[in-house]
Design a protein around this ligand. Structure first.
Ligand SMILES: [Mn+2]
Length: 314
């Protein structure tokens, strides 16, 4: 049995899986976690809409997930999505490490939580808007807390630069995603689309300030990889995680010594060789950056994960 911790920094995995949007489906959870276990993956970062629900349904899902994690020797760290029961989740106290222990091996990463994996700073930032809000009941299936607050955004920015960000929502301006959203816009009320757009712009504000090289997000149930170029030319590459009906999608990723290589895999589909480069600040990069570039054949074995990272290429 591997060690686990309520704080991801205490675990330094050679490989991590990134997943998203299980929506409380314990069959998806088990299938994905078992597959990852077979690949030796012990740490999963989940991008939200993991499925913290009210009542017995929610409790059973949490118990079941914890059982699988224990059996497999895995730990799951998750950021909140929009479909989580915030009225209950937020009452769980934050521990001294800054996380919430939902169950053993099942750890919630609050908005703005940061940690270090192998020299890279990761930043978690949950939240998103529900475009189907008119069909939901406040306090039972919808919570105003789903949206990032000004304070959360300010706090995330004040933390300074990060190398990798994990969101539930996506930053505004990723061309492939915005195109896809425009194609599906007719499904949703204009008011809700406006709120969603505003929320992506708020997430983008964080990305502009934090300048990660790579991001992963969930929420949209749309799988892609694209590059977001910030105003100053800084590139951010990313994809969303598998989810919804695509719950079996996995993306493998890992963090190596000063570099991060990911393989994105969906069933038999594979996006090989995607790289998460190290931070490109001149003061710290130097030889490490050069070594990182182009070494898809890392000595570290990269697992597959279910979401997509965005990594920048210089
Ligand atoms: Mn969502």
């Amino acid at each position: 049995m591997s060690a686990w911790s309520v704080t991801p920094a205490a675990v330094q995995p050679a490989q991590v899986a990134i997943a998203g949007d299980w929506h409380g489906n314990d069959m998806w959870a088990e299938r994905i976690l078992d597959r990852l276990a077979a690949q030796g993956v012990e740490v999963v970062v989940h991008l939200g809409d993991w499925g913290y629900w009210l009542g017995q349904t929610g409790r059973k899902y949490r118990d079941r997930t914890a059982e699988i994690l224990e059996r497999n020797g895995q730990t799951l760290y998750w950021v909140d999505g929009n479909h989580e029961a915030f009225s209950e989740l937020l009452t769980i106290p934050i521990n001294v490490h800054g996380t919430r222990t939902i169950r053993d091996r099942l750890i919630h990463l609050p908005r703005g939580f940061r940690w270090q994996w192998r020299g890279q700073t990761w930043l978690a930032l949950g939240g998103a808007s529900s475009v189907d809000r008119p069909h939901r009941t406040p306090g039972k299936s919808w919570w105003a807390d789903e949206l990032l607050s000004d304070a959360e955004i300010d706090s995330a920015i004040e933390g300074g630069p990060a190398d990798v960000m994990v969101f539930h929502d996506a930053p505004y301006g990723i061309p492939e995603l915005e195109d896809q959203l425009a194609r599906s816009a007719h499904h949703w009320p204009a008011l809700e689309l406006g709120i969603a757009l505003d929320h992506r712009r708020r997430v983008r504000k964080v990305v502009d300030a934090v300048r990660p090289s790579a991001i992963w997000h969930g929420h949209y149930h749309y799988r892609y990889a694209d590059t977001l170029t910030l105003d100053d030319g800084h590139d951010v590459r990313g994809q969303r995680a598998g989810g919804g009906r695509r719950g079996r999608q996995r993306v493998r990723g890992g963090v190596g010594h000063g570099q991060c290589v990911t393989q994105l895999q969906s069933n038999q589909e594979c996006f090989p060789g995607d790289q998460l480069p190290v931070r490109r600040e001149p003061s710290r990069s130097g030889s490490r950056n050069r070594r990182a570039s182009g070494t898809a054949s890392s000595k570290v074995r990269w697992p597959s994960i279910s979401s997509a990272p965005l990594a920048s290429r210089a």
